[in-house]
Design a protein around this ligand. Sequence first.
Ligand SMILES: Cc1ncc(COP(=O)(O)O)c(/C=N/[C@H](C(=O)O)[C@@H](O)C(C)C)c1O
Length: 388
Amino acid sequence: PMFGQFGGQYVPEALHKCLSELEHAFDDAVEDPAFWDELKSLYTYIGRPSSLHEAARLTEYAGGAKIWLKREDLNHTGSHKINNAIAQVLLAKRLGKTKIIAETGAGQHGVATATACAKFGLECKIFMGAEDVRRQALNVFRIRILGAEVVAVENGTKTLRDATSEAFRYWVSNLDSTHYIVGSAIGPHPYPTLVRTFQSTIGNEAKEQFKQLNDGKLPDAVVACVGGGSNSTGMFSPFEHDLSVKMVGVEAGGSGIDSDHHSATLTVGRVGVFHGVKTFVLQDDDGQVHDTHSVSAGLDYPGVGPELAAWKESGRASFVAATDAQALLGFKLLSQLEGIIPALESSHAVYGGVELAKTMSKDQNIIINVSGRGDKDVQTVAEVLPKF
Ligand SMILES: Cc1ncc(COP(=O)(O)O)c(/C=N/[C@H](C(=O)O)[C@@H](O)C(C)C)c1O
């Protein structure tokens, strides 16, 4: 269960049994056509396939490669998170679990999980940092309206890392009845593999759609924002062995990577163990995990998925950081040039994609993954950019 030197299961003995149960259920499901048939039948509910189309005015603005958009923002609940939540609820049913917990930061994963639980009649508890409860209030209301409970986590920085720690703590004493739907490609094995597998529908669709629209050609680059690593590994994985396709991850540069106010884990972090997995972590010399910052709650996380860490180490993928200000420019560009209001998380990928396109020639193509829509963020943007 390793990605190069990264991955593994650095968890207390108490979690080993249920993680191996989960691994077996996952392996059985992946081999079972009935599982994929049921999941595919739910793609109609999710709104898959999501569309892939050109961004003509953004392309003109960048003045280089042609820019294409993969519209995960159009999925039911407004982001890619639903792809993983629905699939893991099907796994939970195969495991005979009747209760679901999840962590959330931006709230999108919380909403997706609450939605899947409403659809399948499962009890749902969402752990969310108190700071995120404040800054993503719209999603807190949606989670409650969908019938789930929101547990506001008051300790630590009151953001995603604390919500994740609290969710794991709760899970350890409720293993028999409860499945923990981890929202990103993080955590102990099998979660990074499991989440990437379910999110790979993004890259599989994008590859087919692009080839159909371009006489069988592949794009020259695929770009996605990086929080924990689920929409990026989902978009990148199907292209992993197509070495002509660059894979570019855009992290949260916050107030700048030379400030201590960012979440650029792969850009300036170091190898370490965090939330049960060996990966890159933002930590200081004696292993204290840094507090992180990002204008986008969904990227505000000091860890990252082990598969991305391995692709960084092997050079298969490259990573850049977009600051809060650059992400807000991305937010504005997609809104005012394409009429699409993206999530602040996705806005990092927009900025990074535009910068990359500028360095490429007009006969080249890049796909930017629009991981979510920006309804949840308009209040934040209004606060920081009153003269938007
Ligand atoms: C619209 C949108 N785009 C990207 C992300 C980053 O998560 P990854 O795709 O897993 O790197 C997120 C992450 N959101 C999570 C959430 O909604 O709870 C996040 O905060 C945690 C699950 C990691 C997101 O909402």
